[in-house]
Every structure is written in structure tokens, then in C-alpha cells.
Design a protein around this ligand. Structure first.
Ligand code: SAM
Length: 347
């Protein structure tokens, strides 16, 4: 793994016990688990197309993910998002999710997916208590979809969205905002959110490792919002209100759904960041913009270390969780925001 940091806990005292928190007073209550680094799409903003996949035994087993979730819950994690790669591209994912629900009945369990493989599972997802799902869809044009993702699967995504809505799952659509790719599609996306009860959110395109990011592709959030206001009546929804997360959300006049912007670069939300990420290879990341990683897999599988040692790492790593915007400010012009592809981190 490039830019790998230390694999042992940082220097400092043992955590005080209780729930996870950092020295800045942020509590850590949200865990993102990437269950696979593999994906059936090859999105130009996400995947290097030349990445080496993890070997079978390097990927955490579902049972190990369940153990990590159990540890997280004990340490105050209340929300877990399952992501990838594409989670449904891993065999047995649906059964894993159902096992997670059975073991953690009150956990807020969420999912991020490209929705290409989801339609047959929508009712089971709803039955397993997945009330909300984030679906990545950057375009409403099948030809553009094929160009962005390398696959002609637009119709499958639309089927997946419809199946989730029919099953009563709340859908948030995330579109990476890209000049020259989807900057002519604002009216279409607003129309979709008018017609269907979904939140359409545009995410700033970030120069992650492996992406084909170019400065001229940046479609700034301020420009998106200015244009959106010419196309629809938008009323701001109080930040943090409802289930908006870090997105800046707007009600759409006459709309069943809402419109939003996620701006990790231009208007960061580091001050309220409560996330940890664990990748499919068992690597802990405490900040999307930091290349510092903590390897959990070895400890997890070690007969003498196990979950007790993983807990120590989680506590100590959480304490020194960075402020991503400080890391970004320190980067040289032209450097990416992170050295690793999003497909390996999970978003
Ligand atoms: N396969 C799933 C999916 O497509 O939603 C989950 C993994 S994907 C890596 C998670 C999210 O990361 C997606 O919403 C994707 O749009 C976003 N993403 C990936 N690369 C990005 C980049 N360079 N800038 C902004 N968002 C990115």
C-alpha cells in the first residue's frame, strides 16, 4: 500500500475507556466498513484501472467484520455504513448484512452501492432494516454512464433505484460533479428529485489516488448552486436537520425529493466529523485526507492479540484523528487529497 503509515498504535497513553473520542472533543460514533475492494464498475474518478486487488486471504472474512462491528458497538458506534468497492460484488453480502442485523438489532445500518446488482435484494434489505441507501449515479444519460463507469449498466441502476423505493427504502443519489461530463444535467437531476422522493446530492470531485482528476473538470459547488437556483425554487434545509449528514440540503418547490451539495474540499465538515473507516483489508483510516493507516488485520488474526489489541488501536488512533482541512492546506499544489483510490477506501 503506498504512503502507508505506522502499523502500531501512536505514542501516548491508553484511552480512558468508554466511548471513542478524540482530543478535540469529537466523539467517534460512525464506522464505514468497506467489505470488498472489488467493483463491477471502473469509474474514471474512482479507480486506477490498474489496481492490484487484494488477495483472498488479505480480505477480512465476514465473521471478522462482525467481530469489528461488535467491538465498535461496544465502543459507542451507533451507525455503520457498508460500502466497497461494490458491496454486492462480494459473494454472500446479503447474508452477511442479515447476520449483522440479527447480531446488532438496534444498529443504524446503512449501505452505499452503485445499485447495478441491488434490485433482486431490495425487499430483503428493507426486511433487514436498511431504511436508507446511498446510490452513486453521476448521469441520467446511458451513453455518459457507459463512458464514466466503463459498463453499459444504466438500466440496471434505474431498476435498482425503483426496487429500493418500492421496498420503502429511502434513496439518496450521489453524483460526482464533473465539468465536461455531467455539468449539462442539472435540470435532469432536479427533475428526478421533483418526481421521485429521493435526495439528489452533488459531491465535489476530489483528486483521490488513481482518479483521472484534472483541474478543468472541477465543477464548483457555488456554480452548481447558482445554476440550480435558476432551474428550481430551492429553500435551504437547516444543516444537521433531519438526516442530511454533512450535505447542504435544499427543499425543491413542488418536489417529492430534495437537492443537496457535499463539499468536503471547499466547505469542509471536519469539525463535526465522527467517522472511522476500515477497509476490506483491515486497514483503519481516521480521516479521508490522511494517508496514515493502522493495520488491524494482523492483530485481529493474532492468537494472542485479537480484539483486545484492536480496541487499543481504535482508541489511540481515534484520539489523534486529524482535521482533514489542515492536511489539505499542508499539501503542495498538484498533490491529490489522498494517495489511495476511493474504491479501496469506500467513500
Ligand atoms: N460502489 C459503491 C458506489 O458506487 O456507491 C461504493 C463505493 S464508491 C467508492 C463510494 C463513493 O465514492 C461514491 O459515491 C463515489 O461517487 C465516491 N467517489 C469515488 N471517487 C471519488 C472522487 N474522486 N471524488 C468524489 N467522490 C468520489
Amino acid at each position: 500500500m503506498p504512503n502507508a503509515g505506522p502499523s502500531s498504535p501512536p505514542a501516548g497513553g491508553e484511552g480512558a475507556g468508554g466511548h471513542l473520542s478524540d482530543t478535540r472533543g469529537r466523539s467517534v460514533s460512525y464506522l464505514r466498513l468497506s467489505v470488498t475492494d472489488r467493483c463491477n464498475l471502473r469509474c474514471l474518478y474512482c479507480d486506477s484501472r490498474m489496481r492490484q486487488w487484494l488477495k483472498h486471504d488479505e480480505v477480512l472474512r465476514y465473521e471478522e467484520f462482525l467481530d469489528l462491528m461488535g467491538l465498535g458497538v461496544r465502543l459507542g458506534i451507533g451507525k455503520v455504513r457498508l460500502t466497497g468497492g461494490e458491496p454486492f460484488a462480494r459473494k454472500g453480502f446479503m447474508e452477511f448484512l442479515e447476520a449483522a442485523r440479527e447480531r446488532f438489532p438496534t444498529l443504524d445500518l446503512r449501505l452505499t452501492s452503485n445499485a447495478t446488482l441491488i434490485a433482486p435484494f431490495a425487499t430483503r434489505l428493507a426486511a433487514a432494516g436498511v431504511a436508507r441507501i446511498n446510490i452513486s449515479l453521476d448521469t441520467l444519460n446511458p451513453a455518459t454512464f457507459a463512458r464514466v463507469t466503463g459498463q453499459d449498466l444504466y438500466a440496471e441502476v434505474r431498476r435498482g433505484i425503483d426496487a429500493c423505493l418500492a421496498a420503502g427504502i429511502r434513496v439518496k443519489l450521489n453524483a460526482v460533479a464533473m465539468r465536461g461530463v455531467n455539468d449539462g444535467e442539472l435540470a435532469g437531476f432536479l427533475g428526478l428529485a421533483r418526481e421521485l422522493p429521493i435526495d439528489v446530492r452533488f459531491i465535489e470531485y476530489m483528486p483521490m489516488g488513481g482518479s483521472e482528476w484534472k483541474p478543468e473538470q472541477v465543477w464548483r459547488a457555488t456554480d452548481i448552486l447558482a445554476e440550480a437556483k435558476t432551474l428550481a425554487g430551492l429553500t435551504p434545509v437547516t444543516r444537521g436537520g433531519g438526516d442530511s449528514g454533512p450535505a447542504q440540503m435544499f427543499a425543491i418547490e413542488g418536489g417529492a425529493g430534495r437537492f443537496g451539495l457535499i463539499t468536503p474540499l471547499s466547505n469542509h465538515f471536519c469539525g463535526s466529523c465522527n467517522r472511522l473507516r476500515i477497509t476490506s483489508g483491515g486497514v483503519l483510516r481516521t480521516c479521508l485526507f490522511s494517508d496514515r493507516v493502522y493495520r488491524l488485520r494482523g492483530a485481529l488474526r493474532h492468537p494472542k492479540l485479537g480484539l483486545g489489541h484492536v480496541e487499543r488501536i481504535l482508541r489511540l488512533a481515534s484520539q489523534v484523528k486529524p482535521l482533514g482541512f489542515e492536511l489539505l492546506a499542508a499539501r503542495r499544489a498538484g498533490q491529490g487529497v489522498c494517495g489511495t483510490a476511493m474504491s479501496a477506501i469506500g467513500g
